[in-house]
Ligand binder design. Structure first.
Ligand SMILES: [Zn+2]
Length: 190
């Protein structure tokens, strides 16, 4: 196949040279209310076209590469004194794959255990391209079906306002879980 960035022949959908050149993570932290830390690996505008492959049939291969370069490395360096669980705020996807599940899976390591389909949005409203006002009025209305009394890392592909992460965190806290921090692939500062 051809690399989707440079068009050279490659065994991966993004060739190793492009991965090294253009996809070095730049670890950043944003702090939301109540000292809730959200760590991200890329600036959204720099990888926007790659993030948008979540709407394409080949998007899973792009997300696996991005997840390996960022989430997987983070997980291998992460140490903690007890078992931590990773949960995506968005693992139900109307397309062929779930980008949230790919990111969560990449965190599997000594201290981190991925869990799937435990946090479900009751409101399937799409936020892409919508205003902050619209997002505020149309909450995801999450329900949590997982274990209580656990420590959690929340995962998403993008942080914009942070409202989705804060909403998910609140629901988890209502279920007696502690959210340690969030990890997002990209930060779209607004
Ligand atoms: Zn390339």
């Amino acid at each position: 196949m051809r690399c989707i960035l440079c068009q050279n022949l490659s065994v991966y959908i993004i060739c190793k040279a492009c991965q090294n050149c253009f996809l070095k993570p730049n670890f950043k932290t944003r702090i939301l209310e109540d000292d809730f830390k959200v760590h991200s690996f890329y600036e959204y505008k720099e990888i926007k076209e790659l993030i948008n492959t979540k709407y394409e049939f080949y998007g899973d291969r792009v997300f696996k590469i991005l997840a390996n370069l960022s989430f997987k490395k983070f997980a291998n360096e992460f140490t903690y004194n007890s078992q931590v669980y990773a949960i995506s705020v968005d693992d139900v996807n109307s397309h062929q794959f779930s980008q949230g599940s790919i990111l969560v899976k990449a965190l599997k390591s000594n201290n981190i255990k991925p869990i799937y389909n435990t946090l479900k949005a009751q409101n399937k409203v799409k936020y892409a391209g919508k205003s902050l006002e619209f997002r505020r009025k149309n909450k995801r209305n999450y329900k949590y079906f997982g274990k209580k009394n656990i420590q959690i890392i929340l995962v998403d592909d993008i942080i914009t306002s942070g409202n989705t992460l804060l909403e998910a965190k609140q629901i988890l806290q209502n279920n007696k879980c502690e959210v340690l921090f969030a990890l997002t692939l990209s930060d779209a500062k607004i």
